[in-house]
Ligand binder design. Structure first.
Ligand code: WT7
Length: 641
């Protein structure tokens, strides 16, 4: 197949020509240790590492820069103060464009971080303690993460859109005894009751904490538990707060992510390797120059917000925008208003946002200037070529290269992309491996596929930003990522590699779906549904959705004697929202008398996926079903999109 090429613009060859990329890439594999020791010099070390990689995939034991000592908060802030203390670190754009925007220089952000770090110490946080951060997208969110890094506490950021139930589970799992939150948040003009949610979460078993630090933000009323709750302003102070000396392999953060089975996993990243990886990927992929204004629209509750809001830009001394709001408030031109207001030159967002804005037409884009933009990026899910072209031609006026960056919570940073200037682009393809990354494709039996091929996307070798374990459950880490194809890291994604070596991600091959760029375990949604007393069984699959990429389709059987109706459907949707959060709200609920099962009782999801996709002609072999008649009943009851 010939894939349409979009040429790399000549003007953008700052960091890597095609030849430079090829040469550096070859060396990054052939002389791996030397390459990574050199790259480690991007950071300041208290003790420089003498060796880079020290890892094995069998048994699974991953270490990088083992004997190095450093602090990432020092690297993100302190070390910049002499040379660029007065440079803008953050432009904060609030949800309401009429509210006051705030700009923090590196010196001001440093001061804020020291104040929060002192507050953390004052409430009893010590090195190695887990601290849960449940915040809106305000400067204090990023500052709280860096404050943890400064004193050696392990942050666990929980997305502010998650429910109290989901928050409670994440507090209990890592035995976090401290929470940092805000009184409330604002998104699209609507209040988010963050402190109330924390209060509710802390009533759940196993989720009691010692102290809650509350940032005053919206000024909304909150309930108060004396002795447990503290205003940040009352605990913060400017006392000297030196950076804790951390070993490279000391944990930096835990971030929960969904898998195909069970509860969300606490993916653990460590200090040295993650720091080098976040710094390097930001530098190369976004081709950053001193005068750039970078804007990544992700929330700090996701890995994208960790690596490309909190760490990557600040480790590189870059200026960035952080945005509290949503793309369509007060109108569909908001992103471009913000681009113009701050002169954003590099813009990084998700395909789902692009598709939603594309639907509003070109007007809200072309009515804004956008001439500051020079590079665009996407992340989170495959981008359909139509949306890619709109992004390129309308948003970028055909001038800006696009980097379609494939990576995961577990990879810590970008793994596969084109490099701006170095590579021609193919709309819909992520591109090539970044330095030190060795993607391979294997078939279902684990056989290596050469050349142009389609298969399961694995990594043949470790890289510094790789997750080290699942917090508290190393066996689960081993089972999830290293047991399907022994000796390799398995991403869970399917992928086609074309004759030019470009990677086309075809989506998850496990029971994980991707809803608006967010990973959702179908098992989690099923567990939430069966908590309802009328539900006997539930099976959840994804289906193509114009805006979200994938929508959530739920097949539900009821206990004997119960009849489905609209009220029950609403109740079930509400149940999932309260168990997980609004992002998990089912799109379609399909009540059915029975699910298709094999004679041994296993649900045949393959058939459910086809029905959800409206694809009845290729249901495949249904002869192994215990009751083939179930399929006709399911087709007859198909819910319309
Ligand atoms: C899954 C990881 C990486 C930060 C956001 C999501 C999908 C991610 C792309 C892309 C095609 C992509 C994959 C991956 N994905 N980026 N550019 N093209 N698919 O992080 O929640 O850990 O999800 O997102 O399926 O496995 P995550």
């Amino acid at each position: 197949m010939t894939d349409s090429l979009v040429r790399a613009p000549e003007t953008d060859r700052t960091h890597a020509t095609p030849e430079q990329y090829a040469e550096r890439y070859a060396r990054s594999l052939s002389d791996n240790d030397a390459f990574w020791l050199e790259e480690a010099r991007r950071l300041d070390w208290v003790t420089a590492p003498s060796k880079a990689g020290n890892w094995s995939y069998d048994p699974v034991d991953i270490r990088w820069y083992d004997d190095g000592v450093l602090n990432l908060c020092h690297n993100a802030l302190d070390r910049h103060l002499d040379a660029r203390g007065e440079k803008v670190a953050l432009h904060f754009e609030p949800d309401d464009p009429e509210s006051e925007a705030r700009t923090l220089t590196y010196r001001e952000l440093h001061r804020e971080v020291v104040r929060i770090a002192n507050a953390l110490k004052a409430i009893g946080v010590k090195k190695g303690d887990r601290v849960t951060i449940y915040m809106p997208m305000i400067p204090e969110g990023t500052a709280a993460m860096l404050a943890c890094a400064r004193i050696g506490a392990i942050h666990s950021v929980v997305f502010g859109g998650f429910s109290p139930e989901a928050l409670a589970g994440r507090i209990a799992d890592c035995e976090s005894r401290f929470v940092i939150t805000a009184d409330g948040g604002l998104r699209g003009g609507k209040p988010v009751p963050l402190k109330d949610n924390v209060d509710a979460a802390l009533e759940r078993p196993g989720a009691g904490v010692e102290a809650v630090l509350v940032v005053r933000h919206t000024g909304c009323e909150v309930n108060w538990t004396e002795g447990r709750d503290f205003w940040l302003a009352d605990k913060a102070n400017d006392a000297d707060c030196p950076c804790e000396e951390m070993k490279a392999e000391d944990p930096l953060f835990i971030l929960y992510t969904s898998g195909s089975t069970g509860k969300p996993k606490g993916v653990l990243h460590t200090t040295g390797g993650y720091g080098v990886w976040a710094a390097l990927t930001f530098h190369y992929v976004f081709d950053v120059r001193p005068e750039d204004i970078f804007w990544c629209t992700a929330d700090i509750g996701w890995i994208t917000g960790h690596s490309y809001v909190a760490y990557g830009p600040l480790l590189n001394g870059a200026s960035q925008v952080i945005f509290e709001g949503v793309p369509n408030y007060p109108d569909a031109g908001r992103f471009w208003d913000v681009v113009d207001k701050y002169g954003v030159s590099i813009f990084y967002t998700a395909p789902t946002a692009i598709r939603a804005l594309m639907r509003e037409g070109d007007g809200p884009v072309t009515s804004r200037d956008r001439s500051s933009l020079r590079l665009l990026g996407t992340v989170g899910e495959p981008i359909n070529p139509e949306a890619w072209r709109w992004y390129h031609e309308v948003v970028g006026s055909g001038r800006c290269p696009i980097v379609d960056t494939w990576w995961q919570t577990e990879t810590g940073g970008i793994m596969i992309t084109t490099l701006p200037g170095a590579h021609d682009m193919k709309p819909g393809a992520a591109g090539k491996a970044l330095f030190g990354v060795e993607p391979v494709l294997v078939d279902g039996e684990g056989k290596l596929l050469e050349g142009a091929a389609e298969g399961n996307l694995c990594m043949a070798r470790s890289w510094p930003g790789q997750a080290r374990t699942v917090y508290g459950d190393h066996q689960r880490f081993v089972d999830t990522y290293f047991s399907t194809f022994p000796g390799r890291y398995f991403s869970g994604d399917g992928c086609r590699r074309d004759e030019d070596g470009y990677h086309w991600i075809t989506g998850r091959v496990d029971d994980v779906i991707n809803v608006s760029g967010h990973r959702m375990g179908t098992a989690e949604v099923e567990s939430a549904l069966v908590l309802h007393p009328t539900v006997a069984e539930a099976a959840v699959v994804g289906y193509p959705h114009d805006i979200k990429g994938q929508g959530i389709y739920c097949f539900v059987t009821l206990v004997a004697g119960e009849e489905p109706d609209d009220a029950l459907e609403r109740e079930l949707k509400a149940q999932v929202r309260s168990e997980i959060g609004p992002i998990a709200t089912p799109d379609l609920i399909h009540f059915t008398p029975a699910l298709p099962k094999t004679r041994s009782g296993k649900i045949m999801r393959r058939i459910l996926r086809k029905i959800a996709e409206n694809d009845y002609d290729s249901l495949g072999d249904t002869s192994t079903l215990a009751d083939p008649g179930v399929v006709d009943a399911l087709i007859a009851g198909r819910r319309n999109r």
